[in-house]
Design a protein around this ligand. Sequence first.
Ligand code: GLN
Length: 485
Amino acid sequence: MKIIEKDALSIAGLIKGREISALEVTRVFLERIDKVEKKVKAYINVAAELALSRAKEVDMELADGVEAGVFGGVPIAVKDVLTTRGFPTTCGSKMLEGFVPVYDATVVERIGRAGTVMLGKANMDEFAMGSSTENSYFGPTMNPWDLERVPGGSSGGSAAAVAAGEAPWALGSDTGGSIRQPAALCGIVGLKPTYGLVSRYGLVAFASSLDQVGPMTRTVRDCAALLGVIAGYDPMDSTSIPGELPDYVGALTGEVKGLKAGVVRELSSEGIDTGVRERFGETVSLLEKLGVACEEVSLPSFAHGLSAYYIIAPAEASSNLARFDGVRYGYRAPGESEDVWEMYDRTRAEGFGGEVKRRIMLGTYALSAGYYDAYYAQAQKIRTLIVRDFGRAWDEYDVLVSPTSPSTAFKLGEKVDDPLTMYLSDICTIPVNLAGIPALSLPCGLSDGLPVGFQVMGPPLEEPKVLNVAYALEQAIGFDARPEL
Ligand code: GLN
């Protein structure tokens, strides 16, 4: 197996065993990027020089017999929503073109301390708003399985990079599905952790009560390992959860006999494409063969998840994005303005793309006096009902399952002019964010040559259980298809 086809833990083992140097590994991935990036466009900025010098450092440490971090020399791609000290962070927006942060996000610092080598910043929908990566100011990313199709979004660059062998693993962020949906559409593993488990410090805010950073990997084992690196208390994030972390990799026993799984009716029947439904059904049968009792469960509030999300997320975004005013960060409209208000207007009109403006307007409207109770307060009530529906389900079931996305990868341009259809892409993933629980997407087969994702959801902080169920399934499914590029 070629290096670019290996999972991150295997690469770490080869470097530790001195079978290959960190520099060689980095070169192999940079060559791969050179070869396929014209077709895939997974990265906004490739950090070639930085990566090579970091890899050399790791090799020097290893030569000196120093422990170069648990994942010394293993390359990684980072979604461009995370700040990187001294390296551009654009969030897929003209607003932040050329912006160079003065500090690292906590997760970036942690992957650095673990010895990983950042290959570059991955493409994304502008400010993480979208499900196809077509909303990036820097142009779309293509799905490595079919270059005429989208990789999903908003972490489409991270997903495509891993699927195309342009990185062994990556970091993404998930506000309504942005790790899991692109993972599903690109045939990789993606985990949205429990809200508060992973620090948001240095994650450019979209909807702060929903945003989480998480791993996007080839295997469940890599996913558990990367979670172990990025998770844990951070005093810089007021929503960070204190306490000891479990051993996520150690939890992967594959032993799932006797567990109970609920198949969420509201997320797995109506509106789900036939091919997705077929793979999903087969995977539920496999789960039963593994000794997991599966039965259908109805969580009625989920029918309103999407509507609640498209009030709450834009409301928070309208507040968070007020900081982009042409003064403190990034872009300012050139030329003279009459007064500061005109400067703000012109900067925002020119700096933000269409979808971002739509969200700011939706959110401002929903929060305005007179409409607040009708929209925002109602949406928060639905959020509470969803939390309660999940809570009741955990009394009965260890995990809940559903398809990750109602369809496989769709064609570029197919939904971009129809926001409501695009919003439906996240119908299966959104309830998880509203409740703050962990959920993972696992490749469970192909439909017409395109990957299908299987979602495993668990109670708060039960990542070990979610990962172990996914691990058992992964072994049983044996998904080993690869896109040809
Ligand atoms: N696609 C959803 C949206 O556009 C989710 C985005 C995300 O999770 N960042 O809001």
